[in-house]
Structure formats: structure tokens, C-alpha cells
Design a protein around this ligand. Structure first.
Ligand code: PDD
Length: 284
């Protein structure tokens, strides 16, 4: 029987239900994380929990679980469900309260749930690359918070999928921000660029890993805004996320990127990323 984390306890999935007046359900008033599991071991779990608690702080959300308890419950959940390769989806809402827009007074107990999914690595897409579509970024101005409010992202991804693309690359006017569920990078004249950390993007955990790898490999990652025109004439483009890892973009709006196949620097970063996954056994 599949187990889930539900308000501080590991219970059967069938014993978990959403309350009508949960603020996550009614307002999208909550936050989430998607965390990777490889060979039964968490990848960058602490970084994800740090970002979760930071998102909660930015939204003045109370916790019903402290960091250490949550960490050990998540490990237990992965163990009891026997996850080998997969993800944990964790969601934390402001809790259940009569429907008024303003925060409930006194504050409600946050609702925290987590469940597991089996998911193999996207090997074929990583090796061959995928296509992307440029879509105007119509999201709010706090994209740094990993909030449940994903309508802007959902609409963008849908546009990409309808155009037979894997990802939507978002731009605010001329400036490329990020993907609908990923961070975006380009290589131009041997230099690697990505949007700086700001309210316009989510600071991805995979982005942090890539940044660390760049430091180790003496590749300078330039965190500076670039334009749609820059992107279209880039030598290499790739995206990163918990589920996509380091994924080459070989086509944007039906035009090939670089040579129309994964670029050299992208492949180098992919190989180092693979090393990090391989090291998991040694790290924990
Ligand atoms: N998405 N930017 C956005 C808008 C995202 O939704 C994500 C992740 C990222 C990359 O973050 P990370 O490297 O921490 O996964 C960037 C997750 C996977 C999702 O919503 O499914």
C-alpha cells in the first residue's frame, strides 16, 4: 500500500484528503518542492528544504513541522515506498480557514503533504536534445517564490506542447527569464550565460549544482540578462531542472540552435552532473 506524508504522519494514500477550505486549494496560497531520488537516495534534499523554508518565510507561513522532523519523515517516506528512481512532491499550504482573502487570524496550522512518484532519468532527451518555443512571460513579479500559483507556467507549457515542443522559454519583452519549469542558459562565443537571481526567476537547485560544477571546471557562469535575439543566435542552449537535469535545447521556434545537436559545453556539464549522481552512494 502506497504511503504519503499527511500532517506529520506517514499514512496510507487513501487516508489523505483535501479540505474544501484549504487555502492552497482555494487561493493557491502555498508552496511546493519537487525533489529527486536516484537509486533510493535523495539528491540535494537539504538545498530543497532550505528553499522551501525560505519560500515559507517570504510568504509569512507558519510551519507545522520543523526542518529536522520534515527531513527525517521524507527519508522514511522514500524508504517505506521503496522508491528507486523517482521524485517526491511536497506541498505546504497556509492551511484550512474560512474563505477570506486576508491571512486567517489566528493563523491556521499549515497543511503539509508529500508523496512519491517513480520516474526514470530522461536519458533519450538528455542525449538527443529537445525543442523549445518562445512564449511571453506573463507571470507575477515574485517568481523567486516556489508558489503553487502556476497558471502562467501552465499556460506557457501548454503553448509549447501544442507546438510539439518540450519546454516554453519565457521572455519579458526582449529579456529571456527562464523556462516554464526550468532555468535557461546559453553559450555564446565560449561564454555561458544565465539570468541573474532576482524576483523574475526561481533560483533552481539544479542551477546551483551547475554553478558549482562551473566553478570546479573553471567555466565562468555569467549571471547577466540576455535577449531573445542573443538566444536565437546562441551556439548552445540548455535548460536545467530537477526532472530534466541538464537538457540540451537544439531547436527554438523551428530554427536549429548551433549545429542542431547538443553542444560541447552542454555535454561537459552533463557529464559532470552525471558524476554527481554517481557519487550519491558515497555522499550519504
Ligand atoms: N520546476 N524555474 C521554474 C519556474 C521551475 O518550476 C523549476 C522547477 C525550475 C528549476 O528548479 P529546480 O532545479 O530546483 O528543479 C526553475 C519543478 C521541477 C516543477 O515544477 O516540476
Amino acid at each position: 500500500m502506497e504511503k504519503v506524508l499527511y500532517n506529520g504522519e506517514i499514512v496510507n494514500r487513501s487516508d489523505c484528503s483535501v479540505q474544501l477550505e484549504d487555502r492552497g486549494y482555494q487561493f493557491g496560497d502555498g508552496i511546493y518542492e519537487v525533489i529527486r531520488v536516484y537509486q533510493g537516495k535523495f539528491f540535494t534534499l537539504e538545498e530543497h528544504l532550505d528553499r522551501l523554508f525560505l519560500s515559507a518565510k517570504k510568504l509569512s507561513m507558519d510551519s507545522s513541522l520543523d526542518y529536522t522532523t520534515l527531513l527525517s519523515l521524507l527519508k522514511k517516506l522514500v524508504d517505506v515506498n521503496g522508491v528507486v528512481n523517482g521524485t517526491v512532491y511536497l506541498q505546504w499550504t497556509r492551511g484550512v480557514a474560512k474563505r477570506h482573502h486576508q491571512f486567517p487570524v489566528p493563523s491556521a496550522k499549515g497543511t503539509i503533504i508529500a508523496y512519491t512518484n517513480s520516474l526514470e532519468r530522461p536519458i533519450s532527451n538528455i542525449q538527443n536534445g529537445v525543442s523549445a518555443k518562445l512564449v511571453e512571460d506573463i507571470r507575477w513579479l515574485r517568481c523567486d517564490i516556489k508558489s503553487l500559483n502556476l497558471l502562467g507556467n501552465v499556460l506557457a507549457k501548454e503553448e509549447a506542447i501544442k507546438a510539439d515542443c518540450f519546454e516554453a522559454i519565457l521572455h519579458r519583452g526582449e529579456i529571456v527569464t527562464e523556462g516554464s519549469s526550468s532555468n535557461v542558459y546559453m553559450v555564446k562565443e565560449g561564454k555561458l550565460y544565465t539570468h541573474p537571481v532576482s524576483n523574475l526567476i526561481l533560483e533552481g537547485i539544479t542551477r546551483k549544482v551547475v554553478k558549482r560544477i562551473c566553478g570546479e571546471e573553471n567555466v565562468s557562469l555569467i549571471e547577466r540578462q540576455f535577449t531573445v535575439e542573443d538566444l536565437k543566435s546562441a551556439d548552445e542552449v540548455f535548460i536545467t531542472s530537477t526532472t530534466a537535469e541538464v537538457m540540451p535545447i537544439i531547436n527554438i521556434d523551428n530554427e536549429p540552435v548551433g549545429g542542431g545537436k547538443p553542444g560541447k559545453l552542454t555535454v561537459l556539464l552533463q557529464n559532470r552532473f552525471q558524476d554527481q549522481i554517481n557519487q550519491l552512494g558515497a555522499l550519504h
